[in-house]
Design a protein around this ligand. Structure first.
Ligand code: ADP
Ligand code: MG
Length: 682
């Protein structure tokens, strides 16, 4: 029999070309892929309730006989209610469907069904079952069972996925375990066949939880083995040696400020890497405004003074040109030649830049991902800084590294994440943390407000801007979306311009050409634009010290780390800075999230809360980190299993560094697979 791991799903009954394509959209090609497509939740249809035992709020399964046929009741345009009376030997209940004309001919008086749905009390206090799922008596598939509910795409229905999954389990037959027995025993991890059945079609919830535990463990174990492997490869590459690191003193002394303790420590770590003989792969994590760029600049200085070239890569053109300015400031009078390379430059300008880069006339190259295009050849690239790395995939980093002979890689991230998690996510990197802000920084005063405060907030804008400062207003969307009352940037900009004819209101969004965005950003930086309405394109890095007011529309739409990042755009000058969060909805989680923003300015703390409050999936839109998406593990809730899997990974690596032993073959294969589907950003 062909190995299920590689067998394509179209061998299953009912899976033709169209369905294959739908599954493939979810990344599912083989039977194994399908088996690892885990349910998002389960419905408990294992217990049949008596109608007389049902209570409002419960979701239950009942076995009924149709007592009266379905009546149709058009309440208003676009809203038709269908209802029937159903009974069992304990009582009767009204069953209601909204806008589902199909039920009319499905339920005939006297027929028997099982219904699964939510019980609510209607406005007269009588119990009803709303929009239930039904199975005809004698033809039940899921009645009496715990039923998997899958995350769906397109026109794949639960029924199709559930049925296909049953077939896939049969087709696969016996699965080969690949977590070694001794590891499973040591960490009390369920066997693969048991786990696979019970993750999809559990006998009871206890079995499900045992199964889930196994796959969380497996997922984290494989991830860590894969990362440890990479770290191994990276850290053994020979590196260019900077003989003279003392030279940085002269630059540091010329700076208009003295470095913070955390900056000094980080710099020491970087320079020690660069003079140690091995290639550096280091992540610098630091809150917004902690001075990462200054650290990078000093390290770049060391690279150039040791006779090499350095490159700095930014995720947007705006940031690239800001870095150009910053570096030119830092390097004034040193004779260091900084050259810009971005995608929107004219062909002629680009050619000139290529020449300077290839001949070594350019000491430092600052740019966007234009830097990693094929045409770019470096004279002697020894040091690479990738700024705000959450926008870059691992692949892109690798491409950049290939432009030199194992150049040292410094990755800077302004998205603080909980420390333990940083170790996994960046398992392939060494980590420095700048956990100290330069002295004298005032915290940004933050307030969450509702729509009723809008007038007062506008007055507040007027007061501040009249006093000579500037304001950012960030909206989640650009275009009008139907039936949505989200603030859209364009409308808001027009509205504000009408309210404040005395100020210049600018508009910037992601669909503008880079050149236009640059012009607007430069206009804002120069103070010509006083109020800048924008989408999140300003999120990363941009530095305009005179802006002291950040207003965020529909703040409930953003992740906390993102809000924190946006807030970091203000409070860079001497004035007290403010951040106003317009938040809608009374939802508890939203409330807690806004409270967190108001009470804390600490990015590390905020990221932990975000992870906790938003739960699985969301926080680690892991693609941002160049890592595969977690299929089942929740990096916050599963911290214990995480720890176990870390220990297990260490044991395995200790015994078999490259996973070459026979008993590790299955694990090795899954490790190799993990980065296959990696999504490359940009
Ligand atoms: P980050 O990139 O970490 O968000 P930046 O490097 O852009 O932060 O620094 C923010 C601002 O703080 C810049 O204007 C920078 O010149 C300034 N700065 C950096 N280090 C120090 C320091 N040690 N003391 C005072 N100001 C500093
Ligand atoms: Mg920065």
């Amino acid at each position: 029999m062909e190995d299920y791991r590689f067998k394509r799903i179209d061998c299953l009954a009912g899976v033709g070309e169209a369905r294959s394509a739908l599954f493939e959209k979810k990344g599912i090609k083989t039977i194994e892929d399908l088996l690892y497509f885990f349910p998002r939740t389960h419905e408990d249809r294992s217990e049949i309730k008596k109608i007389s035992d049902c209570a409002a709020g419960e979701t239950v399964c009942i076995c009924i006989t149709v007592f009266s046929p379905v009546r149709e009741n058009r309440i208003r345009k676009g809203m038709t209610v269908y209802n029937m009376t159903a009974c069992d030997d304990s009582g009767a209940i009204s069953v209601v469907w909204y806008n589902n004309r199909f039920v009319k001919n499905q339920f005939m008086t006297g027929d028997k069904f099982t219904l699964y749905g939510k019980i609510t009390a209607n406005n007269r206090g009588k119990l009803e079952m709303i929009n239930p799922i039904h199975e005809k008596a004698g033809k039940e598939r899921f009645t009496g069972k715990i039923v998997p509910i899958y995350p769906l795409t397109g026109s794949l229905t639960q029924k199709v996925v559930q049925g296909t999954m049953e077939l896939a389990l049969k087709e696969a037959g016996r699965l080969n375990e690949y977590i070694p027995d001794e590891i499973r025993e040591k960490f009390n991890i369920a066997e693969l066949n048991y786990a696979m059945k019970n993750i999809h079609f559990p006998d009871d919830f206890k079995s499900y939880s045992i199964a889930r535990q196994r796959f969380v463990f497996e997922e984290l174990l494989v991830l860590q083995l894969a990362l440890l492997n990479r770290k191994h490869e990276n850290s053994h590459a020979d590196g260019i040696v900077f003989e003279n690191t003392e030279c940085v003193r002269e630059l540091i002394e010329s700076l208009p400020f003295s470095l913070t303790g955390a900056q000094k420590r980080t710099l020491k770590e970087i320079l020690s890497d660069c003079s140690g003989g091995l290639q550096m792969n280091r992540l610098v994590q630091g809150d917004v405004g902690s001075g990462k760029t200054a650290v990078a600049a000093v390290a770049i200085y060391a690279a150039v003074k040791n006779g090499h070239q350095a490159a700095m890569m930014a995720p947007t053109e705006i940031l690239a040109s800001q870095h150009l300015e910053t570096l030119n400031d830092f390097f004034r009078g040193t004779g260091i030649n900084v050259v810009l390379l971005t995608g929107s430059m004219k062909a002629k300008e680009k050619r000139l830049a290529y020449d300077m880069i290839a001949t070594g006339v350019a000491d430092v190259i600052v740019g966007t991902h234009a830097i990693i295009q094929e045409q770019v050849t470096f004279f002697d690239l020894a040091f690479v800084v990738a700024d705000e790395q959450h926008r870059f995939g691992v692949e892109q980093r690798a491409k950049l590294a290939a432009k030199g002979h194992n150049p040292h890689m410094l990755i800077m991230s302004a998205t603080p994440i909980p420390r333990t998690l940083a170790l996994i996510l960046y398992g392939d990197l060494d980590i420095s943390i700048i956990d100290e802000l330069p002295p004298g920084r005032k915290t940004v005063k933050t307030y969450a407000v509702g729509e009723n405060m809008r007038k007062r907030i506008f007055a507040f804008i007027e007061k501040n801007v009249s006093a000579g400062t500037q304001a950012y207003i960030v909206c989640p969307l650009i275009e009008e979306t139907e039936k949505s009352d989200l603030q859209n940037a364009e409308d808001l900009a027009n509205r504000l311009q009408a309210i404040f004819p005395q100020f210049f209101v600018g508009l910037m969004h992601g669909k503008m050409k880079p050149k236009i965005k640059d012009e607007i950003m430069n206009g804002f930086a120069a103070g010509e634009i006083q109020i800048l309405v924008s989408t999140t394109v300003i999120e990363v890095g941009v530095n305009v010290p005179n802006a002291n007011l950040m207003i965020i529309e529909n703040a409930e739409r953003f992740g906390l780390s993102q809000l924190h990042q946006l807030r970091g755009r203000v409070g860079r000058g001497g004035d007290q800075a403010y951040c106003i969060l317009f938040a809608h909805g009374k939802n508890e989680v939203t409330k807690k999230r806004m409270e967190t923003m108001c009470m804390s300015n600490d990015g590390f703390y905020i990221s932990e809360q975000d992870l906790k409050l938003r739960g699985p999936g969301d926080f680690f839109g892991t693609r941002q980190h160049g890592l595969p998406e977690m299929k089942i593990a929740n990096l916050f809730e599963d911290a214990d299993i995480l720890k176990q899997s870390q220990d297990a990974a260490a044991l395995i690596i200790k015994e078999d560094r490259n996973l070459t032993l026979e008993k590790h073959r299955g694990l090795k294969r899954r490790c190799d697979k993990i980065f296959d589907n990696e999504v490359i950003m940009n």
